[in-house]
Design a protein around this ligand. Structure first.
Ligand code: NAD
Length: 461
């Protein structure tokens, strides 16, 4: 069937089922999640191969940052779904007695999830889990730039053979066609540029959106501390998935007196982790495509390179690259999303505010310090999707924490209960009895204002 016909028929089918099944039962949701888990596990080898073909990911990275992440998320949902689905009881003021009040989570209905290419399984499957758990019918649109994983996701959806899930392959044209349709919620992960396109398409139908976007996440290193650990954590967070991670440390702001030693440690860590020829290490991936390869190469100012800078165009590989930057460098003007790490040094702590303010609100703010007052200051003075102190990236692995951006780095959040909540409408429900009818609220109002205000003051909260 031609792709646009497939999109039409899939949408009609999914919409029909969503309208016929507005409140899927707990058992249906659990069964779908369990089947999803089995199908993913059954396809483990093919998923690993697809991730290798798309991004050159090592089996270790594929397992840790994609497969295991998704399976754990399913397990968290299986364990907690009953509790999360239950109405959340709230107080009922005396003036509304006899009565009871609760907040009942209900499914939105038909959901569209659009994914990026960098963690092409994780960033489609993790929101999908929340959407299924919350009782929605979901259409997935994986990224065309990770075509092998996109194919596997369609295969998984076919093997699951469930009316709760459909997967459609395609690029800009297909996504545009989908966006013309009315959904009850759209969940998008990708760039702020495309996020704006998604939001304006959604606005035509007044469809609510979750936008998981990107940005330049700063990493501040200030004060005496164990620079060996600092370097390990920065290099790991920067180079996992070859720097193509939305929450990767984008650039470093380091205290001048620490700079020399930190740079030495960063260099040593690159060799320790990836050997003397990191670009050819089996643990080091490739850039997704030629466009991004060329974009990244153009960001490397040769005279500022401290380490790396080499590339192999035929293999889309760029070596881990450290550069000494200043605020006017082109690399400081856009999200890097690759294995290049600019280092900026500062003498005064107050310079941080100015540097960070040059870019829109980031997805994460990283801070390495042993100074508690600086931690407190950072927490209360820098707006970011998240704050992570003395580490990188690991904040996303705590399912108790919401994962999402602020401003230019996104809106809405997910993971664990936050996924269930993100894909639910919280319906306020109040149930009263047909007795004790206070007549003060009914017209005629003459003489009733004062006693009504008194009543509300004493019994209204
Ligand atoms: P992208 O915005 O180019 O593409 C994302 C999706 O949008 C793809 O499925 C693509 O097919 C679709 N798309 C692209 N152009 C479109 C258009 N004109 N109209 C409709 N749909 C379109 O993003 P990407 O290159 O896949 O990913 C990189 C970006 O995503 C970075 O900015 C990164 O920070 C961000 N990101 C954010 C997160 C997060 O969780 N916050 C995770 C991964 C990536």
């Amino acid at each position: 069937m031609p792709r646009n016909d497939l999109i039409e028929s899939t949408y009609e089918q999914a919409l029909k089922f969503a309208r016929q099944t507005p409140y899927p039962k707990y058992e249906q949701r659990i069964e779908t999640l369990e089947k999803l888990k089995q199908v993913i596990i059954r396809n483990k080898n093919e998923i690993n191969t697809a991730l290798f073909n798309d991004l050159g990911k090592s089996e270790y990275e594929s397992q840790i940052s994609e497969m295991t992440f998704v399976i754990d998320e399913i397990d968290v949902h299986l364990k907690n779904l009953k509790k999360w689905m239950s109405p959340r009881k709230v107080k009922t003021p005396l003036v509304l007695q006899p009565g009871s009040s609760q907040i009942t989570p209900e499914p939105f209905g038909l959901v569209l999830i659009i994914g990026p290419w960098n963690y092409p399984l994780n960033l489609i499957a993790t929101p999908l889990i929340g959407s299924i758990a919350a009782g929605n019918i979901t259409i997935l649109k994986p990224s065309e730039l990770a075509p092998h994983t996109s194919k596997i996701l369609v295969k998984i959806s076919k093997e699951l053979n469930s009316p709760f899930l459909h997967a459609l392959e395609g690029g800009v044209g297909e996504t545009t066609q989908l966006l013309e349709k009315k959904f009850d919620h759209i969940f998008f992960t990708g760039s702020p540029r495309v996020g704006k396109i998604i939001m304006s398409a959604a606005a035509k139908h007044l469809t609510p959106v979750t936008l998981e976007l990107g940005g330049k996440s700063p990493t501040v290193i200030w004060g005496d501390q164990d620079l060996d650990i600092v370097a390990s954590r920065i290099i790991w967070g920067k180079l996992i998935n070859t720097g193509q991670t939305c929450v990767a440390p984008d650039y470093l702001i380091v205290q001048e007196k620490l700079k020399k030693e930190l740079i030495e440690k960063l260099k040593n860590k690159i060799t320790e982790f990836y050997g003397n020829d990191p670009i050819n290490s089996p643990d080091y991936g490739k850039i997704i495509n030629e466009n991004n390869f060329n974009r990244l190469i153009s960001l490397i100012e040769k005279d500022k390179v401290l380490l790396g800078g080499e590339s192999i165009k035929e293999k889309l590989k760029i070596a881990p690259t450290l550069v000494e930057s200043d605020l006017d460098s082109p690399i400081m003007k856009e999200e890097i999303f690759g294995p290049i790490l600019p280092i900026i040094s500062i003498k005064e702590l107050s310079e941080i505010d100015h540097i960070i303010a040059l870019n829109p609100r980031p997805l994460v703010m990283y801070l390495f310090t042993l100074d508690q007052s600086l931690v407190d200051y950072t927490e209360k003075n820098f707006k970011a999707g998240a704050l992570c102190v003395n580490d990188t990236i690991i904040q996303i692995s705590n399912f108790h924490l919401p994962f999402g951006g602020i401003g230019n780095s996104g809106m809405g959040s997910y993971h664990g209960i936050h996924s269930f909540d993100n894909f639910s409408h919280f319906k306020p429900v109040i149930k009263r009895k047909q007795m004790l009818d206070l007549t003060l609220r009914y017209p005629p109002y003459e003489g009733k204002l004062k006693p009504t205000l008194k009543l509300l003051k004493w019994f209204g909260h």
